[in-house]
Structure formats: structure tokens, C-alpha cells
Design a protein around this ligand. Sequence first.
Ligand code: ADP
Ligand code: MG
Ligand code: MG
Length: 888
Amino acid sequence: MSKWVYTFGDGAAEGRAGDRNLLGGKGANLAEMCSLGLPVPPGFTITTEMCNWYYANGRRYPQEFETQLDAALDHIGKATGRRFGDPAKLLLVSVRSGARASMPGMMDTVLNLGLNDETVEALASDSGDARFAYDSYRRFIQMYSNVVLGLDHEVFEEILEDAKARLGHELDTDLSAVEWQEVIDLYKARIQEELEKPFPQDPREQLWGAIGAVFSSWMNQRAITYRRLHDIPESWGTAVNVQAMVFGNMGDTSATGVAFTRNPSTGENSLYGEFLVNAQGEDVVAGIRTPQNITEAARIAAGSDRPSLEKLMPEAFRSFVEISQRLENHYRDMQDLEFTIERGKLWMLQTRSGKRTARAALKIAVDMANEGLITREEAVCRIDPASLDQLLHPTIDPKAARDVIGVGLPASPGAATGEIVFSSDEAEEMKSVGRKVILVRVETSPEDIHGMHAAQGILTTRGGMTSHAAVVARGMGKPCVSGVGSLRVDHRNGTLTALGQTFRKGDIITIDGGSGQVLKGAVPMLQPELSGDFAAIMEWADAARRMKVRTNAETPADARMAHSFGAEGIGLCRTEHMFFDGDRIVSMREMILADTEKDRRAALAKLLPMQRSDFLELFEIMAGLPVTIRLLDPPLHEFLPKTEEELVEVAAGMGVSSDKLRQRTEALHEFNPMLGHRGCRLAVSYPEIAEMQARAIFEAAVEAGRRAGKLVVPEIMVPLVGLKKELDYVKARIDAVAKSVMDETGVAIEYLTGTMIELPRAAIRANFIAETAEFFSFGTNDLTQTTFGISRDDAASFLEIYRQKGIIDQDPFVSLDIEGVGELVRLGAEKGRATRPGIKLGICGEHGGDPASIRFCEEVGLDYVSCSPFRVPIARLAAAQSAIRKAG
Ligand code: ADP
Ligand code: MG
Ligand code: MG
């Protein structure tokens, strides 16, 4: 018989932290906290396997489940001295979802389950606090009706707002027991009206309903979207936790809160959190009331005049501090904690590894390594390489004038400028036409995820540092300012009012997620500083890394930037990019229009000095690091005018007839240029082009070597080789040029000639090609196109459909298709080494900056990856993690 239910409570548990696949993250950690002897309300976890069984069997439960459920309810009853459904010994529970990976806000919790018209009176007399009892009951009705019965929560908000207005109350906490009873009657009447049946009174029916709702929520649209965005498989399922209630809404000695063991925004090693007195559950994160700080230090720093937990409930505070330190040491990571204080007694309701900004992740990892809590290699593995992107985001220039129109909480760092939009749909629409927007909301909810993705930054007028907007923005690495109470958003009229000024959709504002400021207009930005913790992690990563990291760069600016990010050479210099500027395009066009080889050479002679100086500059910037230069690759028509107007203008400028230019353009037209006259095919047809480029490279190498006083060894790369003889032909020309430059200068030149492996045939015949090639660089962009037979430029129209229909998991142009394209890379690498042991192997496609693809490169044993300048730090870290994981 399968075991579907695992109990915890009273210092013991059937599960452990390691059981998260079966118990979900929340259930596994509740069990672990119990085993550690921490104060956790007793309860049980229904496994993720139950979820899978439920879906595999038409949404029902196996027979033995009910027996196990009863036994588990008895377990809670024993631990608490109560009985579920018995008004004389009232036991109320919460029903909480909890998947393997935390899915914040995706599935809702039902609190106070077991209340009905009869038990609410028992709760009132037991607690001696009727206000509390009816507050709990109305919360239960709201939550249950929303999560289980599917009623819109606005239905209840409306009733409550009306009642408050009528009774002259501002806060929910102002309502008396009798007033809550009135509200409850209105709630129940409304439910009867909407659903044509009464609110369920039987606690068992309530429990079954809630369990079913948690399982069903696994397949709701929000959860599906979240899983898609975070690559979480549907097969994981969610667990359900049922747990005895403790109450933070039992008056002024009770409270509920959330905290992080270190600051999740800055990483600073001090407890950071928020709480509300006389509140329950998610009140803190819902942004309904503005929460108070937990520590005195944080209260003072925030300039708040509302007392901290430290002052208000010193005893509960002390045990909370002790427990949070214990949990951090136990899990050896920063923890995100949820707790409730019931009449002065602290109860722990959740712990998990806390989400944090990239900056905080760095600081925490470096600090923990320095504290000896984790090793340096662990610290390196703790950083999500992709998150480094956030640190490369701009911040506002401190010297810039700031026209501040409001100040809120610095919820997620980085600064962003954009046009105001008030809805997520608008944000998405504007983004799709290339506009940059700031999403402005009173508060956000999971329905806003798509808008948050589309926006440059997020601004809310309500909510704290742990509000939905703040948590999600930090996860996305988007700047966010939350809780700017002085701003007024009027969704109906589409206006934002600040200090008497009114802003509308499309007006430009800037938000500063570092200070919490909201500024009028655009503001000058600064590039980030890559020192401190960033530098420490990079240094530790470099110590663990085997593969080299180079960059794809052709302009001096890119090369310099990449060098400052730690690039160890250039893996791909695309020479065609050097032919578009100013005079160069003119000479290039002359070359293309030339009728004879002699005329072509004359035009090329004008390009030679320009190319030479380009290469010289790159060699000097890279100061002895390897530089791989690719010969001209794209089809020649790319250099010719596209429209008739341009054509006439260019012809006039060049002093040739537009007919001639038109003829040549038409002659060069190709039906499928990606597979046309390009790559080494150009060098075979017009060897003088390759010769000019080779000469420019060698002459620059000689000059750079002379200036630096040491040899520069260029790597010349021939693109799109499929046949060994293509490479033989081009290499013979390169060698001949090398010889003449050596003769002319009297300087011995060292160089390597190699090829891109970017056609399946080249991978398959790599052992033959390696007889000539001294290095391979896997050009995985073209290799992906040619292996799939998909043109990257045309793929957008259908790849997204493929993804949605589950035919592919990921865009193969973003993350290497390891099974297919990867197999060709592996084959090419093996065959190349078989012929030429020690042949230098690298990758220079877009994939060179993608962590998953980098891991594959480590497995295949490539010597280096090459990526765009901004991805160099990401690649350094990902390469280190790959090496550490391979070794471990
Ligand atoms: P989420 O996954 O969205 O964080 P939780 O299951 O953690 O949802 O529940 C949200 C909040 O509800 C908790 O942080 C806690 O404040 C409250 N809660 C859950 N279970 C209980 C309980 N047994 N007693 C008191 N409060 C509870
Ligand atoms: Mg929640
Ligand atoms: Mg929680």
C-alpha cells in the first residue's frame, strides 16, 4: 500500500529536508524544522505522488487515502489536544500548497478551515475574543470562496468596503465582532446568490474541497505560465500541507511576519523583515497595511515611527533571532522565513532558501565563504550566471539632477527609464512595437507577470519589500520601486498624480530601484563597477575554471569592454562588420562592381590599409592574447543598396550608371542567401579578397609584434568549409601571402589557419579537415540552422508555436540542441583530435554565452568558449561551475 501522507509535529517528523521531491519544498522544510525541535504547528503533508495519481486517474483519490487522512488528522488532534470537526475541542487547520520548486503566489492557501456558524461561536468563547473569532471566520469565507469555490475576491472586497464606509471605519482591524457578523451574513447571502447553494458548513467537506483545490491549482493558467517561464516540468506535481492553525490575529500581542536572515536586496548580513500586529497570513505581503520593521536598526534606517518587533515583543523577537540563525547555519544559506506570534508565542510556518538580487547573491556567497560557512567553490556555484546580467545594468549618475516626484521602497536595484503604462496588457503591446515602458500599478498580482516581463521597471504605490511586485521584480532582475504612498494612480482615467503634477500614459519617468526614488523624465545613467564581491567571485571562478573565455568582437570599443570583463582573447572577429563604415563601403562596392581581377585588386588595395589598422588596434588591445579573425563571410549583395532609391543615389555617388549597378545587384540576387555564395565560397571565387585580408592580418601582426617587442600569433579562420579541398585551396593562398610578407619585412611570422565547423558535412569529415586545419571553432549558429534546416531569421514565426505545443523545450538558437547539434559538435571534436591531437577547439556561436551550452562544452572538452562582451563574466562563471560539477 502506498504511503500518501507524512506527518510532522512535536519535535518529530516522518519526512526530512531531503524529501522535497515527494513532500514539496514547504512540506520537506516543515518536517526538517520539526526534527530540529523548532516550534512548528503540527500537521501533515500529502505527497506530490498523490497529485500525479489524482491527475492520472481522472481527478479522484485512491481508496486507502481517506484512511491515511483520518489517521493524520488524529495525529494533529493528539499533538494539540483537539479534534477536527468537534466544536468542544475545536481544531482549525490551514491547507497549503507546496511544490518542489517554490512557486510564489501561484497557488493559494486557505486558513482557518473548520470554521462554520457553530464552531465560530466555540472559537469566540474559547479565546474569549469574539472579534478575533468572527475576523477569522470572514477571512476563511473569503479565502475558501475564492480558492475553492472560484468566486472573485472583489465580490467580498466590495461588500467589506461598503460596510467600512457605512460604519465609518478605515482599517479592517477597526471592525467589532458584531460588525464582522453583519459582514459575514452579507458574504453568505452573496455566495448563495452567486452559486445557488450555501457556504459549506461541514468541516470534512471543506477539507476535501480545499485539498482538491490545491491539486487543481497545479493546472491553473497562472501555474502553467509560471512553470513555462521557469522550466518546471508538469510531472513534478504539488504537495498539500494541512497544519494546525496558530493565530496572529488574536489582538495586540499577536502578529504575523516574513523575514530574511540577510538583506535580500543588498546581501548585508543582518536580519531583515516585516510584520503586522493583529494580522493573519499574507496580510504583510498583500500590501493592505504598510508593515513594520522587525529590528530596531532597520526601523531607524527606514526612518519609521512605528515600533519594531524588537521593541514591541522582545521575547518573541529574541527567540526568532535565535531560530533564524540556527536555520541559516543548518541550511548553510540565506533563509526566507514566515512566522506567526500567537499571544506572545512564536510559531515558525516556513523556511526556504531566500530569493535575492544578483548583488545580494554575490555578497552573501562571498561573505559565507569568508565566514567559513561554505567553500569558495560552493560560493561560485551559488551564483546564477545569468543573474550577473543585473549587475551589468546601469545606475543613475550621482551627478545628474534629479527631479524627484515620489519616494518609495528600493525593492529591486537598477535604474530604468520609460513611458508610463497602467496595465500589463498595455506594457506588452508597447514593448512589441519597441517602446520602453514603466509599469505603474497600485500593486501587482500574478496576473501581471507578462506586463512585468515587458516593462523596463515596475512602480507600485502600495506594498512593502516583500510585496508581490518586489519579489517578482527581484527574481526577474528588473528595477522596482514599491509602496510610493504619495503617488495616486487613477486606473479609470489613466493618470498618475504626484506633488500636484499629473502624468499620463506615455509620459516619461525614471525609477531608481537603488534609492526608491521616482523621477520625472529621463536621467543620465552610469555603467556599473565590477569590483568588490563581483571581483572576488570572478577570481574564485577563474581559479576553478578549465576552459578559456574569449569574446566575439570586431570594434575596438567592444574589444576593450570585453577585455575589461576578463575576456582572454578574441574568438571571433567578423571582418565584414569592418566594411560598412564611411569610405569603406564605397571601396567595397567598387570591388564588387569591378569587371576584372585587376580592377578588383585596385579596389581591395584601398581597403587594405583600413583593415590593417583595424587589426593592429585589436592586437594591441588584446596585448598578446589570441585573436581569431574570420575571412569575409556574407554574400556580396549584402553590401549593395537594397531599394531603388538607394541604388540611384549610390550609383550617382560612385559615378557609375544605375543600370550597371542594378544589373550587378540582380546578378547577385539569391533565392536562399544563407545557403548561397558566401563563406569560403567567396574566397574560392575571388581569392584576391582573402589575400588582401591575409596581408592586412600579417602586416598588422608584424607591426604589433614590433611595437610590443614580442610575437603576435594571429589565428586565421576560414568560414563555411564543407570540403577539405576548399580549406586546402584557401590555406594555400594564405600561406603564399604569409611568405611574401615575411620576405618583404624580414620578420618570421607565426600563425594558425583553421576553420569554422558550421556545416554537418564538416563535422562528419572533421578527421580529414583536421589534416589541414590547425584549429576548429564550432559556429553553432550556422550549424544549428544547417542541422535543423531552419533559417534563424525566419524561425520566429513558428518556433514559439513549437514551444507552446511542447514540440521543443527551448529555442535551439538560444540554448544548444545538445541531442542533435551537440552530437555533431562532439563528433567533430573527437574526429578532429583523432587526426591532430591537441587541436585547439572552441565555440563561437551565440551559445558560447549560454550557461547550459557552456556546460556541454566542458563535457566535450573544448578549449574555449567565445561570446559577446557583456556575456563574458557569465561565461567565466558558467565555465567554472561546469568544471566544478564535472569534477564533483
Ligand atoms: P505561500 O506559499 O503563498 O507562501 P503559505 O502556505 O506559506 O503560502 O501560506 C501563507 C501564509 O499563511 C503563511 O505565511 C502564514 O502566515 C499563513 N499560514 C499558513 N498556515 C498557517 C497556520 N497553520 N497557522 C497560521 N498561519 C498560517
Ligand atoms: Mg501566497
Ligand atoms: Mg509561504
